[in-house]
Each structure stands twice: as structure tokens, then as C-alpha cells.
Design a protein around this ligand. Structure first.
Ligand SMILES: Cc1cc2nc3c(=O)[nH]c(=O)nc-3n(C[C@H](O)[C@H](O)[C@H](O)COP(=O)(O)OP(=O)(O)OC[C@H]3O[C@@H](n4cnc5c(N)ncnc54)[C@H](O)[C@@H]3O)c2cc1C
Length: 388
């Protein structure tokens, strides 16, 4: 259950959630805790690794290169992560701090700095010599800087999804795994769905299909491209030096490479997600390639050899995942255009995990109250469908 629930409407609506990745799982938790009768469907099992919400670790950061308008959402997300930890009895978020490393004029470094300055967030700017002393795990070139955000950390995706679904179930939700929703029919005042050979009648649908958005009838018009994101794990020579106690999460920008870097959680290896090799579009997440090409692995190894001297530059493990990207790389969150009683949350474009609990809260606000106090104007689905 949750402590932060606004009042429940007089008669609890019956709500179907389509997709129980992290966004649907959080929506299920928030809606069920606020008294809705929730049916949550997924084509795969709880916490599966074919979509966007798996792979051991996720970055939480508050000085946000994507814009200062996210800062209030990030602050609320931080509170809700703690609430979910309390409710689920799981450790989900470790605040190890976060680094953005690169040349001072590099666009992402500038954007993080601007966000921190404009929103008054605490931060430290380390020159290359002091960064090398404090964080020798990273090799900086002369002239590069590291911006340290103390309000950053590492999230654990698998227990987060499991924890939110358990909390939803405890609050009365029905979680229907391996049950793809195949048919949607809008009815006066609600929807009729076909899933797993059964028909379900609900008052409202919440569409949280992640990278499957364009394959799902009602959200097919929203431009969400499924793309492949590959993560690689490299063994640490000095294990304690790479644990979250000593290694913050990092976003590294460099002329030869760019990657996100995650502290060691499994006792063996540090994860990097290369950015500079691109995130190729795939036909469908169902056809996700399950391994990287040798060229990709070699390029990731070269980036590690150049910039992370404490790691053995040969991957011990590689994981492939699918994520849905919109054209402006901001999510789509709000009432589904052209339909009544439908809310859509998709297209998180590689940065939705940290915000998932607040998006769950927003979904519950929109379903139960028809509005939210959170500022989500820039995420309005109509920016892509108007005039279409
Ligand atoms: C490798 C990688 C690294 C990332 N790193 C970060 C990070 O460090 N920090 C951060 O904040 N974000 C990060 N992100 C982004 C973040 O993880 C995603 O934005 C987030 O997980 C999106 O979740 P989702 O629920 O929208 O999608 P998904 O997790 O893909 O869930 C969608 C679900 O819908 C289900 N579904 C689809 N169609 C149907 C249907 N017809 N019927 C039933 N079920 C259906 C699917 O089976 C799936 O389970 C990363 C993403 C990836 C892939």
C-alpha cells in the first residue's frame, strides 16, 4: 500500500493496464493503492528482459541534461522510490552520486551544469587533476572536467518491477502475465478488451507498451521507434574500488567514446552502456537480437581500455534490450488523442526508469481525477498527433 494517496473516488473504476514494464508496474501500484480495480496485462513474464526495464542497474540523477523542467518530477520520484522500498522491503536506490565527465564546452556537460545552476541544485565541478585524485577509476584528458551531482545514484530494475507489482497485487490488483492484449473496442463509458481468450470490460485503459507502442492498436499513431540498446559488463581489477561506495554513476562524453557507467553490483563487473555506437532501430522488440556483433564488442572494449583503466577491457557479459524513442526523445504522457477513457505513457527514450514512480502517480491522477498537479505539458501526446 502507499502512504501518499490522495482521496479515492466514490466508486472505484475498473482499469486495465497494458504492459507491466516499470511504467505499467508503477501505474498498477499507484492505481491499486488508491482504490482502483486493476487488471494489469503483459505479453511476457514479470520483470522479463525483452523490453526496456531489465539489465541490473539504472541511473538516477537530478541535475538533468534533458532540462530543468524535470527537476520537480525527479524530486517526487526520489520520494516515491523510498516509499516503494518501504512497501516492498527491497533495496532499490543507492545514492552513490553521479558524474558527468567531458570537456567543459561539451553539450551534455554544459546542459547538466546549466540545469544545476538554474535550479539551485548542489554540485561540484572538479578539474581533471582533482577528478583523477578523487575518482581514479576514470581517465580524464587534460582540460576535461567532472561535474559531481550528489543527488544521483543507482537503481536496481528487476527488484523495482517485482516490488511495484507485488505492492500492486497486495493492494488488490490482478497481474496477468503471458497474456497479450490482442483486441480493443471502445464502448460508451469504457473499453472491451480481448486477451488470453477472454473478454474484459473496463472503465479506463492505461497503455504502457514501451517499445511496442506502434504495434498496439490504440497507440499505433504515436511515433515511437523501437531501438536496440546494448549493455556490456567488464571485470574490475580492484572490486571494492568499483562498488557504489566509491564509484558514482557516470555519463562520459569524449571525442572517441561516450557511455553511461554503472558501479559494480554483482561482485565482478562494472556495466557500461555505449552511446557513441548508436542505438539502431529494430523492426520489433519481439525480434531483439540476443547478442552484440563482434564489431560492437571490440568498440566497447576500446572505449574501456582508453577511459576506464581499472577494468579488464574484454566484456564478461553482454545484454541487449529494446527501448521506445520518440522524435524529440521526450516521453508521451497524457490522455490518448482521439479516444475517451484512455491514458498513454510510452516513448521514454532511454531515460524513463528513474522517473517511473512519478509517472505511475501521474497515471493514477489522470485516471482517477482527470488531471494532475505535476507539470507534464511538454510530454503531451498531442504534440505528435495534431494535424496527423
Ligand atoms: C539498456 C537500457 C539502459 C537504460 N538506462 C537508463 C538509465 O540509466 N536511467 C533511466 O532513467 N532510464 C534508462 N533507460 C530507460 C528506461 O529503462 C525505460 O525508459 C523504461 O524502462 C521504460 O519502461 P516501459 O515500461 O515504458 O517499457 P517496457 O519495460 O518495455 O515495458 C513495456 C511492456 O509492455 C508489454 N506489452 C507490449 N504490448 C503488449 C500487449 N499487446 N499486451 C500485453 N503487454 C504488452 C511488454 O511485454 C513490456 O513488458 C534505459 C533503457 C535501456 C533499454
Amino acid at each position: 500500500m502507499t502512504a501518499s494517496a490522495p482521496p479515492v473516488p466514490a466508486s472505484a473504476p475498473r482499469v486495465a493496464i497494458i504492459g507491466t514494464g516499470v511504467i505499467g508496474a508503477m501505474a498498477a501500484w499507484q492505481l491499486a493503492a488508491r482504490g482502483a480495480e486493476v487488471l494489469a496485462f503483459d505479453r511476457y513474464g514479470r520483470g522479463h528482459d525483452r523490453g526496456a526495464s531489465a539489465g541490473e542497474s539504472r541511473i538516477f540523477r537530478t541535475a538533468y541534461k534533458e532540462g530543468g523542467s524535470y527537476v520537480p518530477l525527479l524530486r517526487r520520484a526520489g520520494e516515491l522510490w523510498r516509499e516503494l522500498e518501504a512497501v516492498s522491503g527491497r533495496q532499490l536506490l543507492t545514492m552513490c552520486g553521479g558524474l558527468t565527465i567531458g570537456a567543459p564546452e561539451e553539450p551534455d556537460v554544459l546542459a547538466v551544469r546549466r540545469c544545476a545552476e538554474e535550479t539551485g541544485l548542489p554540485h561540484d565541478i572538479l578539474d581533471s587533476a582533482s577528478a583523477a585524485r578523487r575518482f581514479p577509476q576514470h581517465r580524464l584528458d587534460p582540460g576535461e572536467i567532472a561535474l559531481l551531482d550528489p543527488n544521483a545514484g543507482v537503481l536496481r530494475p528487476e527488484p523495482s518491477v517485482q516490488g511495484a507489482l507485488d505492492a500492486a497485487e497486495e493492494a488488490g490488483a490482478r497481474i496477468l502475465s503471458y497474456t497479450p492484449v490482442e483486441g480493443f473496442e471502445e464502448t460508451p463509458g469504457g473499453w472491451r478488451l480481448r486477451a488470453g481468450g477472454e473478454t474484459h470490460t473496463v472503465d479506463h485503459v492505461v497503455l504502457t507498451p514501451g517499445p511496442w507502442a506502434t504495434a498496439l492498436g490504440p497507440s499505433a499513431a504515436i511515433p515511437v521507434e523501437p531501438r536496440l540498446i546494448t549493455a556490456c559488463w567488464f571485470a574490475a581489477r580492484d572490486v571494492p574500488a568499483h562498488r557504489p561506495e566509491r564509484l558514482p554513476i557516470a555519463i562520459r562524453r569524449h571525442p572517441e567514446a561516450g557511455f553511461s557507467c554503472f558501479p559494480l553490483l554483482d561482485g565482478v563487473a562494472v556495466k557500461i552502456v555505449p552511446h557513441h555506437l548508436g542505438w539502431p532501430v529494430i523492426d520489433s522488440p519481439d525480434g531483439l537480437p540476443r547478442s552484440a556483433t563482434p564489431e560492437f564488442a571490440q568498440a566497447a572494449s576500446a572505449a574501456v581500455a582508453r577511459l576506464l583503466p581499472g577494468l579488464v577491457p574484454q566484456p564478461v557479459r553482454i545484454g541487449t534490450y529494446a527501448e521506445g524513442f520518440t522524435p524529440d526523445e521526450h516521453a508521451v504522457v497524457g490522455p490518448l488523442p482521439g479516444a475517451a477513457n484512455a491514458t498513454v505513457l510510452t516513448g521514454f527514450s532511454g531515460h524513463g526508469f528513474k522517473l517511473a514512480p512519478v509517472f505511475g502517480e501521474i497515471a493514477a491522477d489522470l485516471v482517477l481525477r482527470g488531471k494532475t498537479e505535476h507539470d507534464i505539458g511538454e510530454l503531451n501526446p498531442q504534440r505528435f498527433t495534431q494535424g496527423a
